[in-house]
Structures are given as C-alpha cells and as structure tokens.
Design a protein. Structure first.
Length: 364
C-alpha cells in the first residue's frame, strides 16, 4: 500500500472559481481517512485530483513518495468507487469485476483467482453470473467495491459510495467497508457529507469548508476539541448549542451572562476566560451536557419552555426555547417531558467550549 501526501494543493476553475485552496493532508500507509464537509466544500474535487480526474492548479501530490501531478490516472495505481456504482449493464458481475484486469492483459487464471477471492471477501459468490439490473443497491455497491479490490491498488478512493442507499443498508455497508479495511490493510480515502459515516468509519477525519481544511484529527479529538465553531457545529448530531455570552468577573469567580441567564463558569476555565473579561464570546455545549430539572437555580440553570420533543427510541431530543435561543438537550427515553411545559436546564460547565466571537476559533 502507500502513503499519500497533498502539499499546498489548490484547484481553480476558469481562473476564477477556487474549489480547493492550499490543501495540506498527509495520509499514512494503511490509514482510513475520511474527507467530510457540506456540499461544495471541495472534498470530491480533492479526491478527483488524487485520482487524476482533475488537473492540479498548484501544489504537489505524492503517492508512495512519487510526485504524480502529471501521471495519468491509469498509471497511479489507485482504484475508485463511485456514488453511482458505474457498472456496465450488459456485463455480468464477474465480467464487471474482471474488466479492468482484462484490459491490463492479466492471464485468465489470475483474473479468475482475483475475482473469486474478492467475491468471497464481499459475500457475493452466488451473484457472479447476474447482471446489474438483477441486483439490489447494496449488492451493486459490493460489486463496485469488488471491482476495486481485484485491482489490488496502492490506494482505494471512495466518493460518497453509500449516498444512494437507504438508511438501514447504509449502516450495514459502513460496517462492511470498515471490516474490509481491516482485512485488506489498505490505504483508503473516503469522501462523504455525512458526519455519522465519518465518525464511525475513520481512523482520521479531515473537515473541509469552502475549499479549505478546517481541522484534521481522530473522530473523538474533533468531537471533544473542535478547532472552531464550524467543526463544533458540523461534528455531532444534534449539533452543539451556541450561545453568545459576556464574560464577567465577580469575587474571584467568572460568570457568563447571556441576558436571559447567568451561569457561573467552572474554575477549570478561569485562565482562558480572564483575558476576555468584559467581552463577548460564544459558549458551546453539546446536547448531552445538560441535565433537565424542574427547579431553577440562580447562576446554575437556564430556564425555558419545551417547544419540540423528538423520541428516537434509545434517547429523546428536547428543544427548549429561551428568550434568545433554542437549546437542544438529550434525555433518557423513559423521562416524561411535555411540549409547552416550563423546564430548567442544568449545564455541565466543565464540558463547555468557548470560541472567539470574531474569528470563531476555539479559545484554548
């Protein structure tokens, strides 16, 4: 397998539209890296530049230590799995998986060995004689992955491969692709807009926005220590709650005054809040960082009215309207909360994150 390095990679269309800007990513050998971000953030363009399907405007792309900017896609030793499967409808599953090897003049024996081994790994041995039209969406996706496996490439590229599948099948295929990575010990680069896919599959996540890398790290590193408000709001479902507060100092303690509530800060944050005394910042709390209670406590709780209750089986999301915010909390499915009722939220202030109001960067 191989290491993939992007050095100051940029992509400009027509000399005007910058799709990717100064992208620096180092993907280790055998690592599973997920590029995630909203539509139009540049993640698919980045993947296509790695594949050689898009020219690189600036920067260097290295695969296994070799600069490949001008190397044709067929000579980069990569395999790509597309969103729409891209199977030949007139060919059987076997023929689809074998096609790339036939073009490269592999012997019939080696083609047969590779196709059957890939089919065994993916559990599609009994589908080899079928045509794509006779397959379900999940089966077609397995064939598309199998076609990549038989190539035995240095790098596997996945471009939103699960977006056409239903929710239950997506969960199943996520697990299968993760298991496949363990079996093949391959370098894999996976693009998705679904942060749940990123959190559950990746060794490392690269979050992109407007063509730029916002943060790179392990799933829990990004969840627990987001670099800015965009990452904090994008990673996690429901997203982090943001509240604009003024930092106040009183009798050696710090308080966060939002107007409709005033909370005493945890002493762990004294050192980062002190420089912002008298200034406005953004406080972030995740839904699970709240405890629901019926009694209001000065400097400890946020009071509001339940506006929406979303039972999800294993948990319940509750949306609480305050005079200036709607705060999302997560509670046990056995707890009884009525829409329209008054309620108090007790935040775990030790879990609070703080962001600069102007730069939106995390205050650390």
């Amino acid at each position: 397998m191989a290491q993939v390095i992007l050095k100051n990679i940029s992509k400009v269309y027509g000399g005007k539209v910058q799709a990717v800007k100064d992208c620096n990513i180092e993907i280790k050998d055998k690592e599973f890296v997920v590029l995630v971000g909203p539509s139009g953030c540049g993640k698919s363009t980045t993947l296509r530049m790695i594949a050689g399907l898009e020219d690189i405007t600036e920067g260097e792309l290295l695969i296994d230590g070799e600069v490949v900017n001008n190397v044709p896609p067929k000579d980069r030793d990569i395999a790509m799995v597309f969103q729409n499967y891209a199977l030949y409808p007139h060919m059987s599953v076997y023929e689809n998986m074998a096609f790339g090897l036939k073009i490269r003049k592999f012997s019939k024996k080696e083609i047969d060995e590779r196709v059957n081994e890939a089919a065994r790994i993916l559990g599609i041995e009994d589908l080899l004689k079928r045509k794509p039209r006779a397959l379900s969406g999940g089966q077609r996706q397995r064939v598309a992955v199998g076609r990549a496996i038989v190539r035995q490439p240095k790098v596997f590229l996945f471009d939103e491969p699960l977006s056409n599948l239903d929710a239950k099948l997506r969960v199943q295929m996520r697990a299968e692709i993760s298991s496949l990575h363990e079996k093949l010990q391959a370098t894999m680069i996976y693009v998705t807009h679904d942060q749940v896919e990123a959190l559950t599959m990746a060794d490392r996540i690269v979050v992109m926005k407007d063509g730029e890398v916002q943060q790179s790290g392990s799933p829990m590193e990004l969840y627990n220590n987001p670099a800015n408000m965009f990452v904090a709001g994008f990673i996690g479902t429901p997203p982090m709650n943001f509240m604009e507060v003024t930092v106040e100092s009183e009798n050696g303690s710090f308080y966060l005054n939002e107007g409709s509530f005033r909370l005493k800060a945890n002493m762990l944050h004294d050192s980062i809040l002190r420089p912002y005394t008298g200034k406005k910042i953004v406080m972030g709390l995740r839904p699970e960082d709240f405890t629901f209670c019926m009694k209001s406590e000065t400097d400890r709780t946020i009071n509001g009215t339940v506006s929406v209750v979303e039972p999800l089986g294993s948990e319940t999301n509750v949306f609480v309207s305050t005079p200036s915010n709607v705060i999302t909390g997560r509670i046990s499915p056995t707890a009884v909360v009525q829409k329209g009722s008054s309620i108090s939220l007790l935040p775990t202030m030790a879990k609070a994150k703080f962001f600069d109001l102007e730069t939106t960067k995390a205050i650390v």
